[in-house]
Design a protein. Sequence first.
Length: 277
Amino acid sequence: MCRMLVYVGPRAKSPADILGNGLAELVDLSHEHCHGWGEATMDSAPGKFAVRRCLEPAFMCNEFARISRMPGKNVMLHLRQASTGMRKGFESSHPFVADGMAFCHNGVFARPGRLRKWLASVDGPMPKGICDSEAYFCAVRYYARSMDLPEAIAAAADKAIEVSDGQWLSLNAMVMTAQGVYVYNRFKEGTAMLKEIPDRYRIQVRGGATGHGFVAGSQGFSLGRPGQQQWMRNGQMLFARAGNGDAIDVTPAIGEASTAPPAHTVANQQVRVGVGA
């Protein structure tokens, strides 16, 4: 499993600015999520990403301490805990960047080799490594050729579930583009892991109101202002616009995501109750 953080907003902020005391909590999680970290920022030009990756855990990495103080208006951060059998090299490190998108994933699904074979059969983009997350991203890129991005993300998750024969835990994803960031909360209900930690795969959000910026993060660390975060629902997808962080619900009505509310309903109002990021 992994931990993820994303921020988009009108003011440049560092992870330390965004999280406050939550940064120490995130760093502490890197003792468990210890297979490196990565960051993608998009500030020099729309759709152009600066990517930094390190194979050391965040708690012992001087470079992580440095970038945690570097401000940006579009920031994606990922702590990796490699799935069983997955390599721990740079080729498997998030965020992955291609086709004007930066992508990170929290979760696991079985038989990613089947997804790679399917991608080859449809002349889709091919992963460079064996990481299930990269194959998931390649499926997003394939579907984005013919679908709007919210539908492409959900369709890629459906395909990952299909090839896994039901052996999957979470397909939570964050996708940053020149237009903004998409945050998708998708996990399997009723697993043993959720009995131990019910919120393990839920994504928390803060902000999303006009001009205040938007923050989303995995469970396990605070988003800087205790009590002001909201929790996404399983199957829900949000989009926060680059430049101001205004957030709306863009949940596609396909696959298991159809159990989430339609776009622009109560979920959107929940995101907007924040007083700023």
